[in-house]
Write a protein that binds this ligand. Structure first.
Ligand SMILES: Cc1ncc(COP(=O)(O)O)c(C=O)c1O
Length: 367
C-alpha cells in the first residue's frame, strides 16, 4: 500500500545533471561558473565562527535584502530571499496556484518547472517556442487561452541562451492575466551593451516576479541562495505566509551578502565568460556546429549534419555526449523533442574549453 498522493505516485522526479566526485573531470554540464567566488566571499567565510550557528538566522535575511534592494533600486519589501532559485519556483506555485489550476511554460525550458507543477497537482500548458527559440507574437494570448494562473519564462532562455528584450517581457506582462515569473538565473552573463534590465518591470506591473540566483553569476551553486524581486502584493504572502520559517541559513546569508555587495568583482568573471563564449562559439561554428545566439554561460550546439558516419543527427549528438563522458568531459544531452540533435555546453575556463574543442575535432576526424 502506498501513502503517496496519486499525483506524486504518477510522477517522475527532476533529473539533475551529473555531479561526479572524481578529480580531473571537466564539468561543462550544469552551467556552474568556472571561476571561484570573489576574495570578499572567501574572507567572509574565513571570518565565520562556529558560535554564529548557535542561534537561528535572520528569518527574512534582512541584511541581504537591504543589499539586494539597493542593487536593484527597489525597497526591501520587494525582495524575498530563498534557499536557491528552486525554492522560489516552488514558493510561487504554492502561493499563487491552486491544485488543479494550470501553469504555463515556454517549451522547451528548465525541466524543473513541470516537475514542480506536478507536485502541486497542476496542469501544465506547454507553449512552444519558435524555431529560433523566441516567443511567438501571440505568446501572451496563448498564455491567456490556456487559462494559466502562472507562467514561467526563463530569460536568457535555457537551454538556448537566447535573450528576450525587457520591452517584450513588459508587453507580455501587460497582456497576461496571471503571475509572470521571469527566471533570470543567467542574467549576469548578458552583454552590457544589451542594456537589459527587467527588474524595473516589478515597479510597473503587480504580476511580475523576477528570479535571481547567486548560483551562477556569483559562483555559489553549492551555497543555495537566491532571491525574488516583485511588487509587495506578491512578495508579502510569500514572506509572511508560505515561506519556511528559517528558509535560508546563517552561513548562506553572510556569504550571499558579501557576494552581492562585491558584484563589481564578480563582473570581471562574467566578462571572461562572455569572451570565452564568443571564442567557443566561433570554434564550434568552424567545426560545423550551429549555435543559437547565447547571452548566457552555455551554448546550445546543433551537431554538423553532413557527417555520413552517423545515421542521424540525433545519434551523432548522443554519441558525442557519450564519447565526451568516456573521455572525462561532461556536457548535457536532453533526450526530448527539438533537442536530441543538440549538445548543451557550459562555458568553462580557457583550458577546459580547449580540451572540449580538441575532442570534438578528433571525433569529427579534423585532427
Ligand atoms: C533556468 C534555471 N532557473 C533556476 C535555476 C535554479 O538555480 P538555483 O536553485 O541553483 O538558484 C536553474 C539552475 O540550474 C536554472 O537553470
Amino acid at each position: 500500500m502506498s501513502y503517496e498522493r496519486p499525483n506524486i505516485q504518477r510522477m517522475t522526479g527532476y533529473a539533475s545533471g551529473e555531479q561526479p566526485n572524481q578529480p580531473g573531470i571537466i564539468k561543462l554540464n550544469t552551467n556552474e561558473n568556472p571561476y571561484p567566488a570573489t576574495p570578499a566571499v572567501a574572507a567572509a567565510l574565513a571570518e565565520l565562527r562556529v558560535e554564529v550557528l548557535r542561534r537561528y538566522p535572520q528569518p527574512l535575511a534582512n541584511d541581504f535584502r537591504r543589499v539586494a534592494a539597493q542593487y536593484h533600486d527597489v525597497t526591501i519589501d520587494n525582495i524575498i530571499a530563498t534557499n536557491g532559485g528552486d525554492e522560489l519556483l516552488r514558493l510561487v506555485i504554492t502561493t499563487f496556484v491552486d491544485v488543479g489550476d494550470t501553469i504555463a511554460i515556454a517549451e522547451p525550458s528548465y525541466s524543473l518547472y513541470p516537475v514542480l507543477a506536478e507536485i502541486q497537482g497542476c496542469e501544465v500548458a506547454r507553449i512552444a517556442l519558435q524555431d529560433d527559440w523566441t516567443m511567438a507574437e501571440d505568446f501572451a494570448a496563448q498564455l491567456n487561452a490556456s487559462g494559466a494562473k502562472l507562467a514561467f519564462i526563463v530569460n536568457p532562455h535555457a537551454p538556448s541562451g537566447v535573450l528576450t528584450p525587457a520591452a517584450r517581457l513588459a508587453a507580455i506582462a501587460e497582456e497576461f492575466d496571471g503571475v509572470l515569473v521571469i527566471d533570470e538565473a543567467y542574467v549576469d552573463f548578458i552583454d552590457p551593451e544589451q542594456h537589459y534590465d527587467a527588474a524595473a518591470l516589478t515597479k510597473r506591473f503587480d504580476n511580475v516576479v523576477i528570479l535571481r540566483t547567486m548560483s551562477k553569476g556569483y559562483s555559489l551553486a553549492g551555497l543555495r541562495f537566491a532571491y525574488g524581486i516583485a511588487a509587495t502584493s506578491l512578495t508579502e504572502p510569500m514572506l509572511y505566509k508560505t515561506r519556511d520559517s528559517y528558509n535560508t541559513d546563517v552561513i548562506s546569508q553572510v556569504l550571499a551578502t558579501a557576494a552581492l555587495s562585491d558584484h563589481a568583482t564578480a563582473a570581471q568573471g562574467w566578462e571572461k565568460v562572455r569572451s570565452e563564449r564568443v571564442r567557443v562559439k566561433t570554434a564550434l561554428t568552424a567545426l560545423g556546429f550551429s549555435c543559437a545566439d547565447s547571452q548566457s554561460n552555455f551554448l546550445l550546439a546543433q551537431v554538423p549534419s553532413a557527417d555520413m558516419r552517423y545515421e542521424s543527427s540525433e545519434l551523432m549528438a548522443r554519441e558525442f555526449y557519450q564519447r565526451l563522458k568516456d573521455d572525462g568531459i561532461l556536457i548535457r544531452y536532453f533526450d526530448q523533442p527539438r533537442l536530441r540533435d543538440k549538445l548543451r555546453i557550459t562555458i568553462g575556463t580557457f583550458d577546459e574549453n580547449q580540451k572540449l574543442l580538441q575532442h570534438l575535432e578528433t571525433y569529427l576526424g579534423k585532427t
